[in-house]
Design a protein around this ligand. Structure first.
Ligand SMILES: Cc1cc2nc3c(=O)[nH]c(=O)nc-3n(C[C@H](O)[C@H](O)[C@H](O)COP(=O)(O)O)c2cc1C
Length: 485
């Protein structure tokens, strides 16, 4: 069997993921592995049509396809995305049709499910027969059980690749045509009293997306800073060199404008709008390259306290993976995603209304200091980073280690709270005694409310005191302090 391996690391052969492929080569000598490196060779594939055609021809002749890639910011790297775009742009999707496929990634398991779903969705779009995924942690190959799991995955894949099974579809198809948005009404006018810096980062300022940005910008009398990624100097996507590990310096810092845009336009902003064009199953590789290059922040959130909105040009309802990827990314960076607005409906006045509402929400959230609560992705994601940086990542990411110390992130590790731990152990001991347990179970509902009673009693006392001193109007004012134009 001829198995083509599509390497998804910008580092080409010198990649952690490829070590897993080498292991498979050793274990399965009967398989002819043809390794290709579209992420590493992306420039050549873009510029040299013959090289691209040769790769597609190799794919056509292969019996099966193994997508082998590292996780890059909740998905695959921008160079791999660009390869997927090229296949669609150049109309050679048919070379993949009917081929059995599997995905193999390496990562620290930070949203690895999203990258695998992305690849699966691409396989479905290209009428491939997606069979299996395997997502080891970076060092699993060094462990016996990790090697065994890899072999189980590959044997499973090979077994089913030899059979003809209809492929099930998990993701909704992308509609072929999409309506174009243009503004059809007068935008709201926000004269915010609060100083508010608003930055839009866009992979296009033309067409539908450009019209959405224009309407949004016209809502704010204070102006909006728009960065069109087509007009900035960005030499490359992230190359995965980890130059950023020790001190958060990127090797391209002086050579192009990416760092400057982050530092001068995004860091000082109160509100960030990410405006992207959906291409297939993700946003454009241009926007993804800019996001990947933000990795100079390594594992330190850089959107903390900011309001964020997403403008998307394309089909969002058929792309649930993309939406959770982007919103989880924003949440993990500490951002508060206010709204996602997509131009997939034909009803332009509806989109006008959504943009106006977004502008109002931004202004109101600024005024009331409202930010969305952190939920599972941000909390679990940060705990994963904390544990990884505390353990092996600190070997490379010294900047993160210092940041986590300084910001007391390590203080949330259970063993760093010995008194609390001791208290819970004691209480755990007491509540495990059968008579105490019986009593607790009988009164569980009221028992669970014990910690809140003093809080509510004290709030009630304070409210009574406040009303006595300021009168009953004081509380009403809290939700009616809107400012006029
Ligand atoms: C820019 C960048 C972004 C990354 N993003 C993620 C991520 O979102 N989730 C994750 O689990 N690992 C992430 N990683 C870790 C890599 O996926 C991991 O180190 C992988 O093994 C590298 O494989 P490679 O050597 O084949 O490129 C990232 C690494 C880099 C350099």
């Amino acid at each position: 069997m001829k198995m083509i391996v599509l390497g998804g690391s910008p580092k080409g052969e010198i990649s952690v993921t490829m070590q897993y492929v080498h292991y498979l080569e050793i274990q399965y000598p009967e398989i002819i592995f043809q390794k290709r490196f579209p992420a590493h060779d992306i420039r050549r594939l873009e510029e040299n049509e013959e090289a691209f055609e040769q790769l597609i021809e190799d794919i056509r002749r292969a019996d099966a396809i193994l997508w082998a890639f590292p996780l890059y910011i909740l998905c695959v790297c921008s160079q791999y995305l660009r390869f997927v775009e090229l296949v669609e742009e150049r109309g050679v999707v048919e070379a993949f049709a009917g081929k059995p496929a599997a995905s193999l990634s390496t990562s620290i398991h930070f949203f690895d499910h999203i990258a695998h779903d992305y690849i699966k969705a691409v396989c479905e779009d290209w009428k491939m027969n997606f069979i299996a995924m395997h997502s080891p942690a970076m060092d699993d190959l060094t462990k016996a059980e990790g090697r065994q799991a890899l072999e189980h995955f590959f044997s499973f894949f090979l077994h089913l690749a030899g059979q003809k099974h209809p492929a099930c579809q998990q993701f909704p198809s992308i509609p072929p045509q999409k309506p174009r948005y243009h503004s059809v009404s007068t935008p709201v006018s926000i004269h915010s009293v609060e100083a508010c810096n608003i930055t839009v980062i866009a992979d296009s300022t033309e067409g539908s997306l450009g019209n959405m940005i224009e309407r949004f910008a016209s809502c704010f009398s204070g102006g909006v800073e728009i960065v069109d990624l087509n007009r900035i100097k960005m030499l490359s996507g992230c190359m995965g060199c980890l130059h950023c590990g020790p001190k958060n310096m990127c090797r391209y810092d002086k050579a192009d404008e990416v760092r400057r845009i982050y530092e001068e336009k995004i860091h000082p902003a109160d509100v960030l709008v990410i405006a992207g064009t959906i291409r297939g199953r993700w946003v454009s590789s241009l926007l993804k390259a800019f996001i990947d290059r933000g990795f100079f922040h390594t594992h330190q959130p850089f959107l903390t306290g900011k309001q964020v909105a997403l403008f998307l040009d394309g089909s969002l309802t058929s792309n649930p993976v993309l939406h959770s990827g982007l919103s989880d990314y924003i949440a993990c960076q500490g951002g508060s995603l206010i709204d996602t607005i997509c131009d997939e409906t034909e009803d332009c006045s509806f989109i006008d209304g959504c943009i106006d509402t977004l502008a109002e929400k931004i202004d109101t959230a600024q005024e009331y200091s409202y930010r969305k609560s952190q939920t599972f992705p941000a909390i679990a994601g940060m705990n994963l980073f904390r544990d990884e940086v505390y353990m092996h990542l600190r070997m490379v990411f010294h900047g993160d280690h210092r940041f986590y110390h300084r910001n007391k992130i390590y203080k949330t590790l259970p063993h760093k709270r010995p008194l609390a731990l001791l208290g819970y152990r004691l209480i755990g001991g007491i509540t495990s005694l059968p008579p105490v347990q019986r009593k607790m179970v009988r009164n569980m509902k009221t028992f669970m409310l014990t910690p809140y009673k003093p809080v509510l009693a004290s709030a009630a006392r304070e409210a009574r005191r406040g009303q006595k001193e300021n009168g009953p109007e004081a509380t009403d004012e809290r939700c009616t302090k809107r400012k006029g134009p």
